[in-house]
Design a protein around this ligand. Structure first.
Ligand code: HGY
Ligand code: MN
Ligand code: MN
Length: 420
């Protein structure tokens, strides 16, 4: 069989997605089956152990680095050649789906197994990776593991990050789950190329009836945590004119960033995802409110404009209400453009395989935006049903999963050098 006719085993890939989906499974009221595998929790450890077991079953050389990134490599015929890497993440948000990240890692395993099954040798080694803490839901910033992998964040700084929820230290959690690996970070030598298969997590491909998203890049991300301190007081006896209410300021920030995104339009989005009141009691004007604001835009200048408008608006609110606002940047990444030649390869490959395509930026952050700093990188999107993700109802149809994995297989074959 010519390698052009190679195809993945979609049923085998689907079975792995189902098996990993049972680790840290959360069930919804209407039969939805999602995942809760926050980074470095016991559930994440169990998911990691399962995937490392599959890597070892496939005879891959498994390496765990000092921030818990895991890379399984199938040897090429040229041991001096840098690997072609495919990967993503297997940590999830607390109300995650079974495809976000998982598809890219298990799609990579399926590519390697297909090569092995058909005895296809490649010049370059082929590596499958999962990176630590891509979601940033527990430890910020997001894409933390791949950021350390490419040298964008010092390992010591990463190990000292504390979890937003329970204050746990990343380095301690890594050791606790047994994934504080011996291999130094950042990576000693960059991959030859990096490809990531991922669900779109939005409505575009489904709305347009397109199977493959040819991802041109990733939009910029700005995450800020605000701690707003006012005056705790009795809800009944305190006149409105005497209040210094952080809860009011938090609510005004939420409606304010919505108005900002609406006014800026284009790709501008804004989200208040976390908001915690203290003491959080029905009859107490809050003492303090801690909230997060997530701003994103495909254009760096517009993202900076959104940030400065948001800062000025919040400062004016604080002045008016007499509260103190303290800010902490949780993540800040500029927009990234993927390698034009690799983007072209994804598009041509998908079309050669008979799939409809459309070019698009990614609204979500991905490990690929970090790997793009060190090697030619591109991504393959497949549709999300109802455009849903970061929701336990997240779903992608089996046929689209298989289509995406076949595109991943063939961009790897085109890049890794197939030995006849
Ligand atoms: O937030 C993101 O875009 C990604 O899911 N970490
Ligand atoms: Mn993801
Ligand atoms: Mn995600």
């Amino acid at each position: 069989m010519s390698w052009h006719e190679l195809r993945v085993d979609g049923a085998r890939l689907w079975a792995r997605l189902e098996a990993l989906g049972e680790v840290g499974e959360v069930l919804g009221p209407n039969g939805e089956r999602g995942n809760a595998r926050l980074a470095l929790t016991d559930a994440d450890r169990d998911g990691r152990d399962l995937v490392v077991g599959w890597m070892r079953d496939l005879g891959l050389d498994v390496v765990i680095d000092a921030v818990g990134n895991v890379v399984g490599t199938r040897a090429g015929t040229d041991p001096t050649a840098a690997p072609v890497m495919v990967g993503s993440h297997i940590d999830t948000v607390r109300t995650g789906g079974r495809f976000d990240g998982n598809l890219g890692v298990l799609g990579g395993l399926e590519v390697v197994e297909t090569l092995a099954q058909h005895g296809v040798a490649t010049t370059h080694p082929v590596s499958v990776a999962f990176f630590t803490g891509e979601e940033g839901a527990r430890f910020q910033p997001d894409m933390l593991g791949s950021l350390v992998y490419v040298g964008g964040m010092a390992l010591e700084d990463a190990l000292d990050v504390h979890a937003a929820d329970d204050g746990a230290r990343l380095g301690d959690e890594l050791a606790r789950i047994g994934f504080a690996g011996p291999t130094p970070c950042p990576v000693a030598s960059a991959p030859h190329a990096y490809f990531e298969l991922h669900i779109e997590q939005g409505p575009v491909l489904e709305d347009e009836g397109v199977t493959i998203g040819v991802v041109t890049g990733v939009q910029g991300i700005s995450w800020t945590e605000l701690s707003i301190t006012g005056q705790s007081a009795h809800a009944g006896t305190t006149p409105m004119r005497l209040r210094r209410d952080p809860g009011y300021v938090a609510a005004a920030i939420n409606t304010g960033v919505r108005a900002l995104a609406t006014e800026m339009a284009g790709s501008q989005v804004a989200t208040v995802g976390r908001c915690e009141f203290t003491p959080n009691l029905v009859n107490v004007v809050p003492a303090k409110v801690t909230l997060t604001v997530d701003l994103r835009n495909t254009d760096e200048a517009l993202l900076q404009q959104a940030e400065s408008v948001f800062t000025a608006y919040t400062d004016a609110l604080a002045q008016e209400e007499g509260v103190l606002v303290e800010r902490r940047t949780l993540a800040r990444f500029e927009p990234v453009e993927f390698h034009p030649g690799m983007v072209d390869l994804v598009e041509a490959t998908a079309r050669r395989l008979g799939h409809s395509t459309r070019r698009m930026p990614s609204g979500a952050g991905h490990d690929a935006q970090m790997l793009a700093r060190v090697c030619p990188t591109a991504m393959v999107f497949v549709p999300s049903v109802n455009g849903l993700s970061h929701n336990i109802a997240e779903h992608t149809e089996p046929a689209d999963v298989t289509a995406g994995a076949n595109v991943l297989l063939h961009v790897v074959l085109a890049t890794a050098g197939v030995r006849a």
